[in-house]
Write a protein that binds this ligand. Structure first.
Ligand code: KG4
Ligand code: ZN
Length: 341
């Protein structure tokens, strides 16, 4: 089954062709991110205009790269939220027109469900496909959630951030360190040259028994550390210590959740922050090798249309069929928790 995925929720315009939810035939992505490097963040109107300019060329490139035509497509899957409304509308209008003109079924996909599906996309190794139940850490610029997943559409949220998202902690920390937006990759690159034991940061929510997250205290600590150190600050080591504090906090929640669900032998880490190598290595070092760790390939950690196509495939397989939908900047959670009752 060939699924055409379209993702346009923020600054990336991405179109992918994915076979059977796992095999990426092509994934073409244009980004307006460099436009925002000196602006500290994405400006929605600029991002939407870039989406309009990119969507048709990206669509053409994706079909060409897969050596397919639109007539070969069995299903279209498009992100309908959450995200920037103007950007989202470019993707959903394009998808609606393609579906209508070519009589192809269309499924709307929750952006975060796309991230959760990204571990199913083809990987460099021959590992068997992921399976449920899983503990899934979803860490991006917009959210930080920990799920106990029982299926592609069902799960229980075990924890969420009480303030900033993990990606925001990287981005805001990067601003304090004078790095360009988006901060995650820049901060990680700087940290690779530093000593992560050089400075200490507090352990957020250490007195809480739950599995929620909090990052705003770390950001405040970084601000005061830089103020107090002044010119004597070893900036790469500050970055490394700050990165370690974020990763430790994430891993502490995963460990707690794993203790509470000892039967789960599968950990999934998805979203932009899953690209962070220090996070991956810390998780590996913190769990026994019998716990399978699934992270998407680097290129499928950040926003992309392949993950949307994959989610569309699995929803279709589980019986989901085209239905009315609206394009929404905000949406409720991506998994149905009601199976609990
Ligand atoms: O999933 P994503 O592309 O977009 C959202 O849905 O938010 O995630 C973007 C976030 C940004 O905050 C970015 O700084 C962070 O992911 N990020 C990273 C790395 N690559 C991207 N954070 C830490 N280390 C990285 N290597
Ligand atoms: Zn995302």
């Amino acid at each position: 089954m060939i699924v055409l995925g379209i993702e346009s929720s923020c600054d990336e315009t991405s179109v992918a062709l994915v076979s059977d939810g796992r095999i990426v035939l092509s994934c073409e992505t244009a980004s307006s991110l460099s436009t925002f490097a000196g602006m500290g963040g994405v400006i929605p109107e600029y991002a939407a205009r870039a989406q309009v300019e990119s969507i048709i060329p990206v669509l053409r490139n994706a079909l060409d790269a897969a050596s397919l035509s639109i007539c070969d497509v069995d299903l279209i899957a498009v992100t309908h939220g959450p995200g920037l409304l103007g950007s989202l509308l470019v993707g959903t209008v394009t998808a609606r027109i393609l579906a209508s003109v070519h009589a192809i079924p269309l499924l709307p996909i929750h952006h975060t469900l796309g991230h959760l599906s990204s571990v199913w996309l083809n990987s460099d190794d021959d590992a068997p496909p992921p399976h449920f139940p899983s503990l899934t850490l979803s860490v991006s610029g917009g959210h930080t959630d920990l799920w106990f997943r029982t299926g592609h559409r069902t799960g229980i949220r075990l924890g969420r951030t009480l303030d900033d998202a993990a990606g925001e902690a990287f981005d805001k920390g990067a601003v304090l360190l004078g790095l360009p937006y988006p901060g995650g990759p820049a901060l990680a690159a700087l940290a690779s040259r530093g000593d992560e034991q050089a400075y200490s940061f507090p352990d957020p929510l250490s007195r809480e028994s739950g599995t929620d997250f909090s990052f705003s205290g770390l950001k405040t600590s970084l601000k005061y550390l830089l103020r107090d150190l002044g010119a004597s600050a070893d900036i790469p080591s500050v970055a490394a210590s700050y990165q370690l504090a974020i990763c430790r906090h994430l891993v502490s929640r995963l460990l707690k959740a794993s203790e509470a669900h000892p039967s789960v032998r599968e950990l999934h880490i998805v979203g932009g922050v899953a690209a962070n190598e220090r996070l991956r290595s810390l998780v590996r070092a913190s769990f026994s090798p019998s716990m399978a760790l699934r992270c998407p390939m680097q290129r499928y950690c950040t926003d992309n249309a392949a993950m949307i196509a994959s989610a569309g495939y699995f929803l279709w397989k589980e019986g989901c069929r085209p239905h009315d939908f609206r394009t929404e900047a905000t949406l409720p959670e991506c998994l149905d928790e009601s199976f609990r009752t």
